[in-house]
Ligand binder design. Structure first.
Ligand code: 16G
Length: 245
């Protein structure tokens, strides 16, 4: 946070520039996980910005789960992915969920193509013999932090060209009139294996949430079978319960 350094490379209001500058310092490792941040007053005098501007930038970083503030001891770089509350009663996509919270979504491709299906995929998607399967597997990030690994499989008549999925899978399905309207979701606890843990940025053996989603079109046809691993320290799944059966 050299004086004036925040001005050069970002656009928008001052507090947004300052927020982006701090985010960059965290992403580049200049500010380590759990590292303490200078106080509001110090940041203001280092940057020449008003304390109101600094406070506003800090509040946005707190809202996004990028920094945490502890009463009496100041602000620290959050050492975990942003923690989000996810409703279990709405059929939404990762992109929609994160964008609604103002979090920026990026994905890293693990697999994207058409393959010979596994027996599990044949069963789950009710594929005919000889039919291939479209696979879209991604590491999904919010504000640059890994949140989940999602491995989606779809019939190839629903997704003939997986390469066309550049950001949101559901946006592609929606465009083609194939947006699922119902899904079954199974959530269970797992200990993450070395490879998945490395992708998610946690230690091997850390607890994760395994989620299997099977989604349906209005005509009850299954069109998505997705096996995901979500960071247990990043998600609270919330469902509303009502008396009755
Ligand atoms: C959600 C879904 C996933 C779906 C993805 C599409 C779970 C638990 N949730 O994350 O099944 O494929 O959204 O997101 O699996 P996209 O439209 O952002 O690609």
């Amino acid at each position: 946070l050299r004086p004036g350094a925040w001005v050069e490379d970002a656009a928008g209001p001052l507090y947004v520039r300052l927020r982006k500058r701090i985010e960059q310092s965290i992403d580049s490792g200049l500010l380590a996980k759990s590292a303490p941040l200078p106080g509001e007053r110090e940041i203001a005098s280092l940057t020449g910005l008003s304390r109101v501007t600094v406070r506003r930038a800090m509040q946005e970083l707190v809202d996004r789960g990028i920094i945490v503030q502890r009463q009496g001891s100041g602000s620290f770089v959050a050492d975990a992915a942003p923690r989000v509350e996810q409703s279990l009663s709405h059929l939404t996509s990762f992109t929609e969920d994160m964008e609604r919270r103002g979090l920026n979504v990026t994905s890293e491709w693990l697999t994207r193509g058409v393959f010979i299906p596994s027996p599990e995929e044949v069963m789950a998607l009710a594929l005919s013999s000889g039919e291939q399967v479209a696979r879209v597997a991604r590491l999904r990030r919010a504000e640059g932090r890994p949140m989940a690994i999602e491995r989606a499989s779809l019939p190839t008549d629903i997704l003939p060209d997986p390469q066309l999925v550049t950001s949101s899978l559901y946006a592609v399905l929606e465009r083609d009139g194939n947006r699922p309207v119902r899904a079954l979701q199974r959530i269970s606890a797992v200990n993450l294996g070395a490879e998945d843990a490395a992708l998610l940025g946690v230690e091997p053996g850390t607890a994760g949430l395994r989620i299997i989603r099977t989604s349906y079109l209005p005509n009850r046809r299954v069109i998505e079978y997705t096996r995901s691993l979500y960071r247990a320290d990043a998600y609270d799944f919330v469902a509303e319960l009502r008396l009755g059966n």
